[in-house]
Write a protein that binds this ligand. Structure first.
Ligand SMILES: [Zn+2]
Length: 326
């Protein structure tokens, strides 16, 4: 690099001896669950269901072979419904030595739901992973990375070690689960630039921009991200979905990326659980996330409402007196 990198100074940590940065390859095995959670009637669409089932049926076996050839361990976030639908696939992931982590039961939309409802989703996901794979996960990733302010305490209640759904760091850190609560979790932050969804996901009428990027471009982009994390001594976390990144040319590019990252000097390529354990054991500072209070307006009694943003009452423009404000 031409210039020395500036690290994430808000979240300092020291990596295990011999390592200067960390990287983790994670796979969210959403399969049909994310589509059904978004629209239950999507089960009527045979082709759409096969687009999703490609993940566990075709892509996961391919990805497991790649991970074996590259000799690395990865983290698989698996909704409970996926586990129940594809128990043999989940057991193959476990047998290969990879980490199984929690990703909801039916990839439920979490935005705005109450704690009791969210607790039911988490518990049902735990039951499914225990029944299918005999696994009690230590890691959680909220569906769509949508954590609520009450979520961390629910995770601590159930013995989770870490979450990987927040977006406010380049490196892992510890954080208090709630104000006045002495318990903490490890957070391993994510980044939309390191999610294959934004690069490749497209299904007509369901998701995506219609542009499916070239794996060559994505490989270049993610290599730059990995190099920057390596230079800064932080933590590169890639999020892939098997039904997206397990398709042929994308899987080839992913293997090339894994090989490049593995060969970066002092890069610790491992599971999120191992990174979380190291963070818990070596970091002493515990951060807090302060909940945002919506500011009031200075004139007494005035309350801010979203309508004030969407429909501003602009002053009339004397040069364009015929213009109307929508
Ligand atoms: Zn997901």
């Amino acid at each position: 690099m031409e210039f020395p990198a500036f690290p994430d100074s808000a979240h300092p940590l020291t990596w295990p001896e011999g390592y200067r940065a960390a990287a983790s390859f994670t796979f969210d095995v959403d399969a049909e669950s994310c589509t059904i959670a978004h629209d239950p009637t999507s089960t009527r669409r045979m082709s759409l269901m096969t687009h999703q089932s490609y993940g566990p049926k075709v892509a996961v076996p391919r990805l497991l072979q790649i991970l074996q050839r590259q000799d690395i361990q990865a983290t698989f976030f698996i909704p409970g419904f996926t586990a129940e639908s594809y128990p043999d696939v989940v057991r193959r992931i476990v047998d290969a030595g990879h980490e199984i982590a929690h990703h909801g039961y039916l990839h439920e939309p979490m935005q705005g739901i109450d704690a009791a409802t969210e607790a039911r989703y988490i518990d049902r996901g735990l039951e499914a992973l225990a029944k299918v794979a005999g696994v009690r996960p230590v890691g959680y990733r909220a569906p769509w990375w949508e954590l609520n302010w009450h979520s961390p305490a629910l995770l601590a209640d159930r013995g989770f070690l870490y979450d990987s759904s927040l977006l406010d760091g380049d490196a892992p850190y510890r954080f208090s689960v709630a104000e006045g609560d002495s318990r903490d979790l490890v957070e391993i932050p994510v980044d939309w630039a390191l999610d294959d969804w934004e690069q490749y996901a497209f299904y007509p009428g369901v998701t995506g921009s219609g542009v499916i990027e070239s794996p060559a471009k994505v490989l270049e982009m993610w290599t730059l991200e990995a190099e920057a994390h390596h230079a800064a001594g932080s933590c590169f976390v890639l999020t892939n979905h098997p039904f997206i990144s397990g398709r042929p040319s994308k899987a080839v590019a992913l293997e090339q990326l894994i090989s490049r990252v593995k060969n970066m000097d002092g890069m610790w390529v491992t599971t999120l659980a191992k990174i979380a354990e190291h963070t818990r054991d070596t970091v002493t500072e515990v951060h807090t996330h302060a909940r945002i209070e919506v500011p009031g307006f200075p004139d007494a009694g005035a309350r801010f409402t979203p309508a004030q943003v969407r429909q501003p009452q602009l002053p009339a423009d004397p040069l364009q007196s015929t213009t109307t404000v929508p």
